[in-house]
Structure formats: structure tokens, C-alpha cells
Design a binder for this molecule. Structure first.
Ligand code: PXP
Length: 251
């Protein structure tokens, strides 16, 4: 399994900077068009309940600015479900926003008796959105994701990234193995594995080399790096690192 690894660029933090001053600058829709031109395969945005990143009106503006598929990250609430089923993004990724919705490490606790997630997955599926669940690389969470009808899981790489940042590859090796096993388990169950959170130029390659993973969603580092080298160069460099890692693991 070694199809081209897709890069979803998360442009939330362009909105975070805009919101620091109010007004319209910098415009996340402009970032969407630039990320598209630089080689992104998709755009990811998180409409949070508190609207600290993008705002409701950004959704249509982003869709107008780029024809790339939009992946809408959202909490499992009726309000967000209504917005998503009206907007109909290509994909909807359910993420935890409240402490009690998380597993100990931070992914969505699909297995923890949150009976409210399954009906929302059903409504999003019915609206034609490709639903993904942002979970820890844990086989139990993957099994429940399959049972409730999610075609995609996004594996939380936050713990891997923290370990890497603290000590490099050796420190992160066990967590990387957990990500690999989870990706294999997801494929075995017919669920498409994606991954993301905390990925950088330094730590992306070992994750990109996991051939079962179909897509990485990367935001904070890319937008931060864009301050120094520009968004075009930031996205292009990430794309190149991902392609190098994937080519090496296919060889
Ligand atoms: N994937 C999901 C589900 C997320 O919630 C986030 C953060 O918004 C990301 C990926 C991207 O993480 P980062 O901004 O650390 O690259």
C-alpha cells in the first residue's frame, strides 16, 4: 500500500492571528488559495464552539477561494452537526473539545460510552460527508469507530510529536510503533487511517513512512513557519519531506 500520501493543510491559525486584532487580515481564504497553489491536497479548518479559530462566514469564503476538498473539524454537538450537514464539506472530522470527551491522552473517547457520537456520525454520513474520528492510536477506539460506521480515523500524533521534540527518534520509537500498529489495524477493518497533530519538518518523516496512512493534517507548524519562509515554501517543503519518506518506504 503506497499511494501518494495526501497533505491536508490546516489554516486555522491564520484565523487565530486575524482574530487577535479583529477585522479581516490575515484572511484564511487567501491562505487557502496559496496552500492549494503550493501543493496541498486538502484544506482543514476547525469551527470551534467558541469560534476562536475560523468563523462561520469563513467556510463559504474558503470554498470560493479554492476547489480543494474541505475537511471540517468539529465537536460532536447538535449545533456543529447542523452547520456541517448544511455546508456539506467533503469530510468532517469529529474532535474532542471538552475534557470529558477525551481519552487520557487526548483523542476522542469513542469507546467510552459517549452514545452521542454514533448518531452524529450517522447524520454526517447521510449528508454525504466522509466522517473521520480523531482518536488515539488504540485498537479499541478503532474497533468502535468501525462499529459506529466511521469510514476514516485520524490517529493523534501529539504524544509522538512531544516525545520527538523532547528527545528525537529514539524517544519517540514506541509511540511510532503504536501509530504503525493502529494504522495496520484500521486498514484490516476497512477504515482509512489519517494522522495529525504536532507534526513538523523535523518529525514528519517517520509518520509519513507508515504506508498504511493515507493523509496527514498539519497546521500550527506550517503557519508558524510561514512567518519566516512564506506559506508557499512552508507547504512545498512539507510536501517534499512527505514524498521523500514515502518513496523511501516504498523502495
Ligand atoms: N488533526 C486534528 C484532528 C486537529 O485537531 C489538529 C489541530 O487542529 C490537527 C490535525 C493539526 O495539528 P497541528 O496544528 O498541531 O499541526
Amino acid at each position: 500500500m503506497s499511494e501518494r500520501l495526501r497533505l491536508g493543510v490546516n489554516i486555522d491559525h491564520v484565523a487565530t492571528i486575524r482574530n487577535a486584532r479583529g477585522g479581516d487580515h490575515p484572511d484564511p481564504a487567501r491562505a487557502a488559495a496559496l496552500a492549494h497553489k503550493a501543493g496541498a491536497d486538502g484544506l482543514t479548518v476547525h469551527l470551534r464552539e467558541d469560534r476562536r479559530h475560523i468563523r462561520d462566514g469563513d467556510l463559504e469564503a474558503i470554498r470560493k477561494a479554492s476547489s480543494l476538498p474541505i475537511n471540517l473539524e468539529m465537536a460532536a454537538t447538535d449545533e456543529m452537526c447542523a452547520i456541517a450537514t448544511a455546508f456539506r464539506p467533503h469530510a468532517a472530522c469529529i474532535v474532542p473539545e471538552k475534557r470529558e470527551e477525551r481519552t487520557t491522552e487526548g483523542g476522542l473517547d469513542v469507546a467510552g460510552g459517549h452514545g452521542h457520537i454514533a448518531p452524529i456520525v450517522g447524520k454526517l454520513n447521510a449528508a454525504g460527508c466522509r466522517v473521520s474520528l480523531f482518536i488515539e492510536p488504540d485498537p479499541v477506539q478503532i474497533a468502535v469507530a468501525e462499529v459506529i460506521g466511521a469510514p476514516v480515523v485520524e490517529l493523534h500524533t501529539g504524544r509522538y510529536a512531544e516525545l520527538w521534540n523532547a528527545g528525537g527518534f529514539e524517544a519517540a520509537r514506541d509511540e511510532l510503533e503504536r501509530l504503525k500498529l493502529a494504522a495496520v489495524e484500521a486498514r484490516k477493518r476497512g477504515v482509512e487511517p489519517h494522522a495529525g497533530h504536532g507534526l513538523t519538518f523535523e518529525n514528519v518523516k517517520p509518520v509519513a513512512a507508515i504506508t498504511e496512512i493515507a493523509e496527514l493534517n498539519i497546521g500550527h507548524f506550517l503557519i508558524g513557519e510561514a512567518i519566516f519562509i512564506g506559506l508557499d515554501a512552508s507547504v512545498k517543503k512539507m510536501r517534499a519531506l512527505m514524498d521523500e519518506a514515502r518513496a523511501r518506504s516504498a523502495a
